[in-house]
Design a protein around this ligand. Structure first.
Ligand SMILES: [Zn+2]
Length: 341
């Protein structure tokens, strides 16, 4: 019902004496989007700067005085929520604090700081702090959608460290709610709808069923969430957490938020073991009441935040539009499993 297609290419070259064989290249197509990507295994042998060991903390790691997300200045330097949305100027749970993004991407654009710790090395985050931060995100989305039902295209994202796009090292999530869907939300929700119309089945549940039957890309579970390596990755060591038959962030139980936090932290510990210190995370939903797009958290490693690290987006990704990674998803899953206990 979904195509898991792998095409193999043999490169036309004669390797220099003493050099290992260049090996095959795989072109894979994402069963959900049909987007192609490449696995260029030989390039795993290239020296990748900044990954011999976990990079040292960045220069900004100790600079708490100029950080707008640190206490006590967070209460002075960050914006407050429009009173038409919330009686409280900022949302708080434990040490987590949520406020609008001072540099917004849309009408409802917010930041949820995880806790008071300014620099948290990857893999050492506190599970309760993450839970509080995610619940703040949910509460904000609930307030936005109560006030503006059109803002139904929602997302929670994370840029961990500046090399992943984070403007500050202080760990935080971004929240977005918009009447206008972004490219991925527009495409995925249309695809989930048409798949349901044509087959009577749910898109991500069908994907997950295939993966549960095969097993080679499965990593583990945290409660109701299933974690697996993406079949056709569009980022390095791409991991998905799928919550089948769940469509709305507003309807998640607290237990499921806690399980999501556990999966995110397990992924961080896996990335740390690979000497990678940054990543992007995304969780998208259409809060329409009749969306067929099930919940999926995507997490990808980004180029290390360290001096002279090489960017992970080359001309191939930026100009040709196909991601080229070096590691087979089956290998990613095999290596990650131990972090799911
Ligand atoms: Zn800070």
């Amino acid at each position: 019902m979904l195509n898991f297609t792998i095409e193999k290419i043999t490169p036309a070259l004669v390797v220099p004496a003493g050099h290992p064989d260049a090996g095959e290249i795989q072109v894979r197509y994402d069963p959900l989007t049909s987007r192609s990507c490449r696995l260029t295994f030989a390039r795993a042998g290239e020296r990748e700067s900044g990954t011999d060991e976990l990079p040292e903390p960045p220069p900004a790691a100790m600079d708490t005085r100029s950080c707008p997300f640190c206490q006590p200045q967070v209460n002075r330097l960050t914006p407050t929520i429009d009173p038409r949305l919330s009686g409280e100027p900022r949302l708080r749970r434990g040490e987590s604090i949520l406020f609008p993004n001072l540099f917004p991407y849309g009408r409802y654009s917010a930041v949820s700081v995880i806790d008071n710790r300014h620099f948290v090395p990857i893999g050492t985050a506190d599970a309760d702090a993450y839970l509080n931060c995610l619940l703040n995100c949910r509460d904000y989305l609930e307030k936005v959608l109560t006030a503006d039902i059109d803002a139904r295209h929602v997302a929670i994202t994370q840029n961990h460290l500046p090399a992943a796009g984070g403007s500050l090292v202080h760990p935080h999530l971004q929240i977005q709610a918009d009447a206008k869907p972004t490219n991925f939300l527009r495409f995925l929700s249309a695809r989930a709808d048409s798949f349901y119309r044509e087959t009577g089945r749910l898109l991500l549940s069908t994907y997950l069923e295939h993966e549960l039957a095969g097993g080679e890309r499965l990593i583990g579970r945290t409660g109701d969430w299933h974690w697996l390596a993406a079949f056709a990755p569009e980022g390095f060591y791409e991991i998905w957490g799928i919550l089948p038959e769940a469509f709305s962030l507003l309807n998640l139980k607290e237990k499921q938020w806690r399980e999501l936090a556990a999966g995110i932290i397990n992924t961080q510990r896996f990335y740390r073991s690979l000497n990678r210190n940054g990543y992007n995370l995304g969780l998208l939903a259409v809060e329409s009441g009749d969306s067929r797009l099930e919940l999926r958290a995507r997490i990808v490693v980004r180029a290390n935040y360290s001096q002279w690290a090489r960017n992970d987006h080359t001309g191939f990704e930026v100009m040709l539009g196909d991601m080229a990674t070096f590691t087979a998803p089956e290998q990613t899953a095999a290596t990650a499993r131990k972090f799911w206990g």
